[in-house]
Design a binder for this molecule. Structure first.
Ligand SMILES: Nc1nc2c(c(=O)[nH]1)N[C@H]1C(S)=C(S)[C@@H](COP(=O)(O)OP(=O)(O)OC[C@H]3O[C@@H](n4cnc5c(=O)[nH]c(N)nc54)[C@H](O)[C@@H]3O)O[C@H]1N2
Ligand SMILES: Nc1nc2c(c(=O)[nH]1)N[C@H]1C(S)=C(S)[C@@H](COP(=O)(O)OP(=O)(O)OC[C@H]3O[C@@H](n4cnc5c(=O)[nH]c(N)nc54)[C@H](O)[C@@H]3O)O[C@H]1N2
Ligand code: SF4
Ligand SMILES: [Mo]
Length: 663
């Protein structure tokens, strides 16, 4: 028996380090959390504890498949790797020669967020660059918040989440930490044990909201208004940290003039909150420093999501929280993983300028000159906005589609070829986190079953097949191994200076990143934001599609049982989870004559889906309908529109009005 250190590959903030036990016959027999990891501390989660059972599910993809029926029918036959790759290479060359490289789209999702095989897809991008393929812009998850914070605090990691233990007010703002980032919760608990108040700002009565000292169930999309009202109350109480603001703030006087427009009664009206609740929150912030704000991804999936993140960060600045141990605002620690992606991806191989293609504008992009798409680790039929339009766009007979996955999904049904990928314990990978500062290594523990291949090996073999048509692809840079990619990614001044080398990483399994800079210049106002359309000042900009009349704002959050669509296929076969119900408050249910357990239709003019109704008065506000995302056979995103947010082309999942009625 031997133990191999690895890491969870999923798109979860926690980035757990794990240990795979392999028996003498070379079989993985157990996966458990790595007790040495300082942040994840020996734990995984109920989704990943049965990882080996998941890997062995009989529905897993084990061989390359070629479509034999009509697109979308899901009828395929088994073919050899040589056959599949020769045909794919010929098609890609044909498309490049006829339409140009930017008709080819390497579309990568978040099934595995690793730096080599995963969302970064170092393994395939060199080759795609050499084909002149377009640049995939991974806009599906968190980009709006990142863009918003660029205009104020400059980056998304304005404090180390571990330091929250020293905070005395913890605002969990649009995050469902207990469900979506459970390894952060013990740090929150420690803060609480030290006397901190935990306050959740969320329109939905999540598990996290129910555990808080106070739940501020504001109107969806009104976050900016709440932040401005709180800043106004803090300023008027003489509690703004003028010393920190003088030293680090830019444009405070103009911001202060904006606050004049945000008296308590206006904030209470816009957010639809009792004025006393906002006042008492301001009092808590004033008397209970340091203030730590954990901003979640949920609050920025709105038309004005970037602006919302930008505005909330002003609260951490006006209180001087950035200057206090245990204070500040963290959205994501992602930016701290500053890899040398140029060395890994080799953009210079491209024959000319490459066109960007926006992940969350899949339908528009497919209808605008895409002839071949390679979808890897993504399930856009379920995950993307406007599922019906996605299906229609993927149905185009002359669109050549390759899907690389581990399970058949509603998306793989539309592929011309399905290629089977290894799972994390069967491959070598390097993983980051968006809630801690430890870089994780994942050593391959066992061989894959069937003919599943790592993405690295798939692209090595594809290069050989492409070289039959174009000698460019015979270059040895396309045969780089996982270790070569890892070395390239780690080849930076800062990693070297801090002893973060591949050898050191492999020896320990994880390494702490270099010390991160503190927020030094905070922009309460920004000329560039004005040029980019967000306005010089972070004023509240409304909700694009508010629920009106008997409508509801549909908010689809992370499920306890699956992570996006990963596990949603197998949870169904294993019978542990069932189709998510839709949750509304009893006052809304009464108005619309809905009863608990009733089968309802949820719809708007874009689409509809069915669900079982659940009435719950433990926190979800009237006018909101809450459900969980990612259940493969329940296409909730038929109701979501394909539209850009105000920053970075983010999606607007929660800025979505629907109606609900009995079926
Ligand atoms: N178990 C599990 N864990 C997951 C995931 C999963 O699917 N399941 N998904 C993973 C992924 S991909 C990500 S990006 C992270 C996301 O992590 P979180 O940001 O915690 O996840 P969400 O559940 O999407 O959204 C958080 C909360 O935002 C709230 N929200 C929606 N609109 C608003 C608003 O206008 N204002 C405010 N204040 N709040 C709002 C929602 O009600 C929700 O409770 O979680 C990851 N972890
Ligand atoms: N309504 C609504 N929709 C949402 C959201 C929301 O909050 N509300 N959240 C959005 C967010 S935050 C995200 S991140 C996106 C996620 O959207 P996607 O990027 O589509 O990610 P997943 O749905 O997780 O799909 C990942 C696919 O990768 C496959 N996979 C898993 N592991 C591997 C592997 O190792 N190799 C390969 N090749 N494949 C693998 C899985 O089987 C699955 O089919 O969904 C978004 N959709
Ligand atoms: S899904 Fe998140 S909590 Fe679960 S093992 Fe993976 S990183 Fe850890
Ligand atoms: Mo995400």
């Amino acid at each position: 028996m031997r133990d191999v250190v690895g890491a969870c590959p999923l798109d979860c903030p926690d980035g757990c380090s794990w240990i795979v036990s392999v028996d003498d016959a070379g079989q993985a027999v157990k996966v458990r959390g790595n007790p040495e990891h300082p942040f994840t501390d020996g734990g995984l989660c109920k989704k990943v504890n049965p990882w080996l059972e998941f890997a062995a599910d009989p529905s897993r993809l084990l061989f390359p498949l070629k479509r034999v029926g009509p697109k979308g029918s899901g009828t395929f036959e088994r073919v050899s790797w040589d056959h599949a790759l020769a045909d794919i290479a010929a098609k890609l060359i044909q498309v490049r020669d006829r339409f140009g490289g930017d008709a080819i789209w390497p579309y990568t999702g978040t099934g595995n967020v690793g730096a080599i095989q995963g969302a970064g897809l170092s393994a395939g991008v060199r080759l795609m660059n050499a084909l002149g393929a377009c640049n995939h812009k991974g806009t599906i998850c968190s980009v709006s918040g990142h863009v918003g914070l660029l205009y104020s605090q400059g980056f998304a990691n304005g404090m180390d989440p571990e330091d929250v233990v020293d905070a005395r007010t913890v605002l969990i703002w649009g995050a469902n930490t207990l469900v979506t980032s459970q390894h952060f919760w013990p740090f929150v608990e420690k803060a609480k044990a030290g006397g901190a108040k935990i306050i959740v700002v969320d329109p939905v009565g999540t598990r996290t909201a129910r555990r808080a000292d106070d739940h501020v169930a504001l109107r969806p999309g009104s976050d900016g208004a709440l932040a401005l009202t709180l800043c106004r109350l803090i300023r008027d109480a003489g509690a703004a940290d003028t010393k920190w603001i003088e030293q680090h703030g830019v444009g405070y006087d103009d911001f202060s003039a904006l606050l004049d427009e945000w008296p308590l009664d206006r904030g209470a009206r816009v957010c639809d909150l009792p004025p006393e609740q906002i006042e008492s929150l301001a009092t808590q912030i004033i008397n209970g420093g340091p203030l730590a704000i954990k901003l979640g991804q949920g609050m920025q999936r709105h038309a004005h999501g970037a602006q919302a993140a930008r505005t909330v960060s002003c609260l951490a600045a006006i209180t001087g929280a950035f200057g206090q141990p245990g204070g500040g605002l963290v959205y994501s620690t992602g930016p701290a993983y500053a890899f040398n992606s140029v060395a890994a991806r080799m953009p210079h191989l491209a024959p000319g300028p490459q066109r960007d293609r926006i992940m969350t504008r899949l339908v528009d992009e497919l209808n605008d000159g895409v002839e071949a798409i390679i979808i890897s680790g993504a399930n856009p039929v379920v995950s993307n906005p406007d599922s019906n339009a996605v299906k229609a766009a993927l149905s185009r007979e002359d669109l050549f589609t390759v899907a690389i996955d581990i399970y058949p999904t509603p998306t793989t049904d539309y592929a011309d070829y399905i290629l089977p990928s290894t799972l994390q314990h069967e491959q070598t990978e390097m993983n980051d986190s968006f809630t801690h500062y430890y870089l994780n290594w994942n050593e391959k523990a066992v061989d894959a079953p069937g003919e599943a291949l790592s993405h690295t090996e798939m692209y090595q073999r594809l290069a050989i097949a492409l070289a039959q048509h174009d000698p460019t692809f015979a270059d040895e840079c396309f045969q780089a191994s996982e270790l070569d990619y890892a070395r390239a990614l780690l080849d930076t001044e800062s990693f070297r200076a801090n002893g973060i080398t591949l050898d050191a990483l492999r020896a320990k399994g994880f390494l702490r990143l270099p010390e991160q800079p503190a927020v030094d210049r905070f922009h309460f106002a920004h000329q560039q934001a004005e040029i980019d359309g967000l306005g010089y000042l972070p004023d509240w900009r409304g909700v694009k599609e508010p629920a009106r009349g008997s409508g509801y704002n549909l908010i689809a959050i992370g499920s306890d049982w699956h992570i996006n669509t990963v596990f949603s296929q197998t949870e169904k076969t294993l019978g542990r989870a069932s189709e998510p119900p839709i949750v509304v408050s009893s006052s809304d249910a009464e108005r619309d004559h809905l009863t608990d357990g009733m089968n309802v239709k949820v719809w708007n003019d874009r689409g509809s889906f069915e669900a079982t109704l659940k009435i719950d008065d433990t926190g979800t506000r009237p006018g909101v309908a809450a459900i969980t995302k990612g259940w493969g056979s329940q296409l909730i995103n038929t109701t979501v529109r394909e539209e850009d947010s105000d920053g970075g082309h983010g999606a607007v999942y929660h800025d979505n009005a629907v109606f609900i009625a009995a079926r």
